[in-house]
Structures are given as C-alpha cells and as structure tokens.
Design a protein around this ligand. Structure first.
Ligand code: GDP
Ligand code: ZN
Length: 358
C-alpha cells in the first residue's frame, strides 16, 4: 500500500518528519471497535491499541484515534501500539453525554462531505435542512457538495424546481442531481473521487446514503464484518471496517455518527453558510448585535424589506441558539472538571501536610 493512495500528503509528512529516527511508522485508522483499531500501514493491515503513555497524556476522548486519523505506530506484530495521533485536517465530533460531557471524534481527515437530500416527492428535502448540514460540514472543515438523490422519481419540471431551490441556499457549493438506483448522474460524483481523496456522506435517514455508497463500491457494504478473530492475547476482537477503498483510489468513510451530525462549533461556519446575513450584520449599530430585537439592526431591516428570506433568517437564529447551548454545556463541563480537580489537589495538599506533621 502506497501511503499517498490512502490520503497521506505534505500536511501529515511535515508532522511525521519531527519523529524521524523514532522508529514509529505511519498508518491510517480504517476501523474501530471499542478501543481496538484497525490500521493500514505501508505494509498491510493490523489491529492496534493505544499505549499506556498515550492514555496517560490524553486530555479527553477527543485525543483518541478515530476513523480517518493518521497515527504513528510502534511494533511489528499483529497488535501494534498507537503512540500518537497526527493533527487532523478536518474533524467531525459530537458531544457525548454521559456522566460527563465529552467531545468524541466521529471521523477525521475527510476532504469532501456529500450532503444527501432525496427528491421523493420532496419529503426528504428541505432548504432549512440543507442549510443546517452546510453549517455542520463547514464546521468540520470538509468541502461540502450537495447531492439531490432519487431523481428517477421526478419529472423534468420537478427536477428543475429542486435544483433551483437547492442552489438558492447552496451559494458556491456544487449541487449534483443523481439516482443511486439507476446510476444516473453518478459520474459527477465519481468525477470528484480521485486517488487519495477521502469522502463521506451525511443527510437525513432514508435519503439514500447507503445506496450511494453501495453504488460507488459496486457491492453492498459489509457493515458488521468480523475482520480479525484473534489478537496477540488470544482475545476475540471484532473491528468494524468504516473506511472503504474505491477502485478509483478514493476512500469513503461510513460510520454511524456521521449520519446524524448536529451543529456544533463556532459562528464562522454559520456565517459561511449564511453569507448575506453575515454581510448585513456589518451594518448593525452594535457590534455584538444578536439580530433579534436591537435598534439599528441591519439584518432585521433587510428581513422586513424581504431582501433576506424570513424562513432562512429564522433558521439562522435557531442554529445559532443550538450552537450556543452546546457551547454552554461544554463550559459547564469545564467548570465541573475544574472543581473536581481543585478538590483533588486540596486533598493531596492536606494529606501531604498530615504526613509531614507526624
Ligand atoms: P440512508 O438511510 O440514507 O442510508 O438511505 P438508504 O440508502 O437506506 O435508502 C433508503 C431507501 O431509498 C431504500 O429503500 C433505497 O432503496 C431507496 N433509494 C435509495 N436511493 C434511491 C434512488 O436513487 N432512487 C430510488 N427510487 N430509491 C432509492
Ligand atoms: Zn443586527
């Protein structure tokens, strides 16, 4: 396996150079099951686990490897050791709520994210939904491309209407119309998938993501395949493959979390999806205008004049509020963690004095 065919490029090479002489080899995470990873290196496919040192220095779940990651590995046997995750070019994460709220990376180093909407009578296609997905893809740092799937179910005029509606929210983002079923238009998708490119699909359930991936692979994706029955310790481990190689040399990441992304991140990605609102905001009287009820708000002015579509404006506010709520949850988590840490430290100090008084 030549690394460049797996998406290795200067961005990763530069980081790797710092480790030259360390004996570590680069590999890409193609599957994950619990804390066992499947990795591809220049010499083959192996199972891997993070080292003890890795666990020790990891600040949270987000530091752990995810599908798509480039990692540096040690060892030659069947179970390699992950010593480091190289910086990610793009990453999609979610807040995993549990006892503590933790950011969990779902997949990384995705170049193109296809946003899939389906045209079956329009039920699975809304401009508001597409806007929302555009924000999330911007957020992750991948290139968004819109796929309008199931065009086989539409008449010529319906197709034109859908394309017009999609383009009106897409901005510069390409809009492709295809049918995963008949294969119509799929050459436009394939045209974007050249050697070394990593793509993924997101969009509402039922839009046809699996059908599109199967069409590209020319076979049905094995979602639950058992790959390695035993590792060095003789334990039974089954990693689920989530990164697939296409014949073209491109790759597709298909992992459940990517199918249900939520807006999460900074307002820059929001502004990139709603450029006319971001531009208008520069004319607001207050620099911290929330565009909801302030006097001198240029956004509200344009909405009232109809120059900014009201539904689009509403969606902007809704997504922004959702993002702010997640941010608040995150900082709440930070506060609780700091509190726990301070408590632990004060206990250590107390014990130290107790021990030394004697
Ligand atoms: P996912 O939830 O996004 O992965 O959607 P699926 O790939 O499971 O597709 C949902 C349903 O739509 C399935 O019954 C597919 O057979 C059907 N489907 C997918 N793509 C097309 C298409 O291009 N045309 C038609 N007519 N049906 C499709
Ligand atoms: Zn304003």
């Amino acid at each position: 396996m030549i690394l460049s065919e797996s998406g290795w490029n200067d961005f990763f090479e530069e980081q790797f150079l710092r480790w030259s002489g360390s004996g570590l080899v680069p590999g890409r995470v193609v599957g994950e099951a619990g804390y066992i990873y499947e990795v591809e290196t220049g010499t083959g496919r192996f199972n891997a686990q993070v080292s003890g040192h890795f666990q020790y220095i990891a600040a949270g779940r987000a530091d752990y490897p995810a599908v798509g990651d480039w990692v540096l590995l040690r060892g030659e046997s069947d179970l390699l050791i992950v010593e480091r995750v190289l910086d990610r070019k793009s990453l999609f994460s979610r807040l995993a709520a549990g006892k503590r709220i933790d950011e969990q990376v779902i997949a990384s180093n995705i170049d193109i994210m296809f946003i899939v909407a389906s045209l079956e009578g329009g039920r699975n296609f809304t401009q508001r939904g597409i806007e929302r997905y555009i924000v999330m893809v911007n957020d992750g740092g991948a290139e968004p491309v819109i796929i309008l799937n199931k065009c086989d179910l539409c008449s010529e005029t319906e197709r034109e209407d859908f394309i017009t509606m999609a383009r009106s929210v897409a901005g510069d983002i390409p809009v492709l119309m295809v049918s995963a079923k008949t294969g119509e238009g799929m050459e436009q998708v394939r045209g974007l998938l050249s050697t070394g490119v990593t793509a993924a699909f997101t969009g509402p359930s039922g839009a046809g993501k699996s059908a599109l991936i199967n069409n590209l692979l020319g076979r049905d994706v094995q979602r639950t395949g058992a790959l390695r029955e035993d590792d060095l310790r003789g334990r039974h481990t089954t990693t689920r493959r989530e990164l697939f190689h296409l014949e073209s040399g491109a790759m597709v990441i298909d992992t459940p979390g990517l199918r249900e992304l939520r807006p999460y991140g900074d307002t820059e990605s929001l502004d990139a999806a709603f450029t006319e609102i971001a531009e208008a905001a520069e004319g607001c009287r207050f620099s911290d205008c929330s565009h909801t009820d302030e006097p001198g708000c240029a956004v509200l002015q344009l909405v009232s004049e109809g120059a900014i579509e009201y539904e689009r404006y509403q969606n902007y506010i809704t997504i922004r509020n959702e993002m702010n709520n997640l941010e608040m949850m995150k900082s709440e988590k930070g506060r609780l963690e700091r509190k726990a840490r301070d408590k632990a430290i004060s206990k250590l100090v107390k014990n130290y004095y107790k021990d030394h008084e004697r």
